[in-house]
Structure formats: structure tokens, C-alpha cells
Design a protein around this ligand. Structure first.
Ligand SMILES: [Zn+2]
Length: 272
């Protein structure tokens, strides 16, 4: 599942391929992917140029001038560029046709991905970005902010860090790495994490995500989020997916537990 670094990588890759192209046709083969009324979506995408592509949390934002086209890849969403004449791909659900006869195709085997078209003026006021938490690199993401958000939360700290309403963009792989580097056990109640530990979490969040973005994200199993996007951060993971391997810090075997329904990797010695 793509997390912030993978979405960032897809964004950069798409910028190289579709920036300043003009949308002259839209084919929607599976309606549910588009969460905005289809007629509104189609009408307001037509004849628009992709001016820029941004990212907010795990959302891609295609800047169409007066509107943002928002796209969330969820589990398996991918983008491909093909010629207009090329056949519909397997699992292709949405196709944007450009004036230069190239197309941007959205593929999604699981069909969980979603697109919205939102007026720019309303972007922070309506779903899906309305209640999204702070960006990991935002200066206003501070220990005090986090302390306030967690003050009455009994849920495990891992669950809170995955909560997109608190911090946007962290998913299951990176949260394991962040908590390992911070020496914090993922099951500890959120409200009991002290300020010093919160600072460590924030510092390690930036370190882990920055490094992962630099390496193009993480490629696990067969997931690639766009053509030519193969992250290398999987080679840098310390803990996630390392069941029964030795902890790099203490040599103790890593093991897998379940936290909030998510597979979680920990070192009992290093994470208190
Ligand atoms: Zn250890």
C-alpha cells in the first residue's frame, strides 16, 4: 500500500510525464472510483491543463487551474501513460485523453482507489482533505500539537500515528521503523508517551520519510505505483517485515505482533 514516500515518488514521476498536457477526453469504466458526481467531474476536467501536481498526505492533487483533481491510490492504484490508440488495459478504470493523443490511465485491481474533483477555494473545507492531519514536514507539527492530540487517547501509539487526522501520510511500514528508531513499544497507550519521546518520534518521522523519498519509496511484493517507479527503501528497513531476523542494535530476534489489526514488527529489548 503506498504511503507518503511512494505517493511523493508517483507525483514526481507523473510530473515528468503529464505536466502541461490538456485533457480533451475522459473515459470512466468503473464509476465507483470517481466519488464526485460523474457529470460534474467530466465537465470540469474537460479542456483543462494539468498545471501542477501536488501531494497532501497520501493524496495526489492534480492542479487543473480552478479545480483540484484528487486521487488516492489506496491498496493497488497505479498510473500508466499509453498512446490513445492502445487497447484498454486490464483493470483500467479511468482514462484521461490529452490533446497530444497520449493518455493517462488509472489501473486498480482492488478498486479501492478514489478520485474527487474539488474547487480550489473549498479544498480545505470539504472532504476528503477537510480533517486531514498535519504534514510530517510541516513546521507546525510540534511536540505540543502531538501532545494535545494524544492527551486523552488510550489507543496504542502505533494506532495514533497511523491516524490520518493527526499526521497525514504515515502508513504501516514507516510507523514500525519510526517507533523502532525511537525505542518505543507500539502498544504503549498514546497518552502516556512523554514529551521527550514525542520529540524523538517527530525527528525520526522526518528522518525515515526523507530517506525513503530519496530512495523512491519502498517496493514490496509486486507493488509498483507507476511505470518505472521502483523504490529502494526496502533495502534500508530495520524492522518491518524482519520476523525472526536479528535486531541490528542488540541482536535479539525481531518478532511480529498485531496492533490495531495491523502486522507489526518489534524488538522487545530496544522498544520499551
Ligand atoms: Zn533490539
Amino acid at each position: 500500500m503506498p504511503e507518503l514516500p511512494e505517493v511523493e515518488t508517483v507525483k514526481e514521476s507523473l510530473k515528468n510525464k503529464v505536466l502541461h498536457k490538456k485533457i480533451v477526453g475522459i473515459h470512466i469504466y468503473y464509476d465507483k472510483i470517481v466519488a464526485t458526481p460523474i457529470s460534474f467531474f467530466t465537465k470540469n476536467c474537460m479542456n483543462k491543463e494539468i498545471v501542477d501536481i501536488k501531494r497532501r498526505g497520501k493524496w495526489l492533487l492534480f492542479d487543473l487551474g480552478d479545480f483540484y483533481l484528487l486521487s488516492h491510490l489506496r491498496m493497488e492504484g497505479k498510473y500508466f501513460i499509453r498512446g490513445e490508440e492502445e487497447a484498454i488495459l486490464k483493470h483500467e478504470h479511468v482514462c484521461f485523453v490529452f490533446s497530444d493523443h497520449s493518455t493517462l490511465r488509472y489501473l486498480d485491481t482492488r478498486k479501492f482507489g478514489r478520485m474527487y474533483l474539488i474547487e480550489k477555494n473549498n479544498i480545505e473545507k470539504v472532504k476528503p482533505l477537510k480533517d486531514l492531519g498535519k504534514e510530517p514536514f510541516d513546521e507546525s507539527l510540534t511536540v505540543l500539537y502531538l501532545k494535545d492530540k494524544l492527551k486523552e487517547k488510550h489507543v496504542p501509539i502505533k494506532t495514533s500515528l497511523l491516524n490520518q487526522h493527526i499526521i497525514a501520510g504515515i502508513g504501516n511500514i514507516y510507523v514500525d521503523e519510526i517507533l523502532f528508531l525511537s525505542g518505543i513499544h507500539p502498544l504503549r497507550p498514546s497518552m502516556e508517551i512523554n514529551e521527550k519521546e514525542l520529540l524523538k518520534i517527530l525527528e525520526n518521522t522526518k528522518i525515515v520519510l526523507e530517506k525513503a523519498i530519496g530512495l523512491g519509496g519502498t517496493t514490496i511484493r509486486t507493488y509498483t505505483s507507476s511505470e518505472g517507479v521502483h523504490g529502494k527503501f526496502q533495502n534500508e528497513l530495520f524492522i518491518h517485515g524482519k520476523d525472526k531476523e536479528k535486531c541490528v542494535h542488540c541482536g535479539n530476534p525481531i518478532h511480529k505482533i498485531v496492533v490495531g489489526g495491523r502486522g507489526t514488527y518489534i524488538c522487545d529489548i530496544c522498544q520499551k
